[in-house]
Write a protein that binds this ligand. Structure first.
Ligand SMILES: [Zn+2]
Length: 375
């Protein structure tokens, strides 16, 4: 029975799962968390990924399915985790580098930081002090924090310098890796400070903490995508999540899970019932999986708008994928081509097995068609 715990969500924007898995700070977390190394995002860019995470629903249903659709979120049909907690009397507070990244409904306070200037460790430590004060005054809290500086570094040193077809970028993978690692190590420092703050204030015992990435970032794996948001390959759609609560036994979950599953999981942990006056969720609680009872892996759906030669991403998704732990089918709507990958034997997705007579192709295509039909 876990009633009325605080909730802290920390987004490491653009955090790659391979880097997390070799980081001492992140791997240390595994001893106290349920670790999901195969967490699939709905969209490999921030706003649609986070709207899906907050609502437990894919963007093709909740309305936020492109960079341009933050304000198209169907707030009367989809209730966010923030709103659930607000209804329960929580103090709800968020911080991000733009107001566009998460649905704002239900937040008492949403702060915007200057990603180029602000010291996020200090700023977020202060916010943790603030919510602790609310706790001491008898109110539970939900705190959402964005660590935006990986994104900031990539914006300044990759997005502004190269385009998706700059030969120089794709020919210098080692430089790209080192650049990314430099940004990631700052994220590690940040996380270390924030987790110590949570520890020092004694918040582990009465909080559920989710540390998550919205999408990975390319280091030059596939020509045509210098950062993220163009394709649906695993180096961007496969991310990490660490769920911490003292009623969960730390373990690693090898199955694929989806961003949309975390909202229902947190509600389940808090024993909060879904509000029947809203639409049903795409996500499912992961508690049965965490507890080791039988759990059938769900298909993960992702989509994005490949800008190709254009400067801005298109207004509707044109690249879509369905994925299991073992297989992925990609549908490139813009040129009507498909790709099929055996993720177990070809994790870098280099060997396209489409039209090679594999039964899984039809199965995944049907799944994709079905999810599209919901729109
Ligand atoms: Zn992001």
């Amino acid at each position: 029975m876990v009633l009325d715990k605080n909730l802290i969500i920390i987004l490491i924007d653009g955090g790659r799962v391979d880097r997390a898995m070799r980081s001492p700070i992140f791997t240390n977390l595994q001893s106290k968390s349920v670790f999901f190394p195969q967490t699939i995002t709905y969209a490999p860019y921030t706003n649609a990924a986070m709207h899906a995470l907050f609502s437990g629903c894919y963007g093709n249903r909740n309305g936020t399915y492109s960079y341009w659709h933050t304000y198209r979120f169907k707030k009367n049909k989809f209730k966010t985790i923030t709103e659930y907690l607000k209804d329960r009397g929580y103090f709800t507070c968020g911080d991000g580098h733009t107001k566009l990244i998460v649905p704002k409904h239900g937040f008492d306070e949403f702060h915007i930081h200057d990603e180029n200037k602000d010291d996020l460790s200090k700023r977020h430590s202060n916010l943790i002090d603030l919510v602790k004060t609310k706790n001491d005054q008898g109110s539970r809290f939900f705190l959402y924090l964005t660590y935006s500086n990986i994104h900031t570094g990539i914006k300044d040193e990759v997005l502004k310098i190269y385009n998706n077809f700059s030969e120089e970028y794709f020919q210098n993978k080692t430089i790209n890796e080192k650049r990314y690692d430099r940004f990631f190590s700052k994220a590690e420092n940040y996380l270390e400070i924030i987790l110590k703050k949570i520890q020092d204030l004694g918040l582990y015992k009465n909080s559920i903490i989710l540390i998550i990435s919205d999408h990975g970032i390319s280091v030059g794996e596939k020509f045509g995508e210098r950062a993220y948001g163009s394709f649906c390959y695993d180096y961007t759609i496969k991310t990490f999540a660490y769920l911490i609560s003292n009623d969960l036994t730390p373990r690693e979950i090898s199955s694929q899970v989806r961003h949309i599953d975390f909202m229902p999981t947190i509600l389940d942990l808090m024993e909060i019932k879904l509000d029947a006056s809203y639409e049903s969720l795409d996500g499912e609680s992961l508690i049965p999986l965490i507890n080791g009872s039988k759990f059938e892996e769900n298909i993960a759906y992702s989509e994005t708008g490949n800008p190709w030669y254009g400067k801005a991403p298109p207004k509707a998704p044109n690249t879509k994928s369905v994925r299991t732990s073992k297989w992925k089918l990609i549908f490139n709507e813009y040129d009507n081509t498909k790709e099929l990958y055996d993720l177990e034997n070809d994790p870098d997705e280099n060997n396209n097995l489409i039209n090679s007579g594999l039964k899984i192709e039809e199965f995944l295509w049907n799944e994709l068609t079905e999810i599209q039909g919901i729109k």
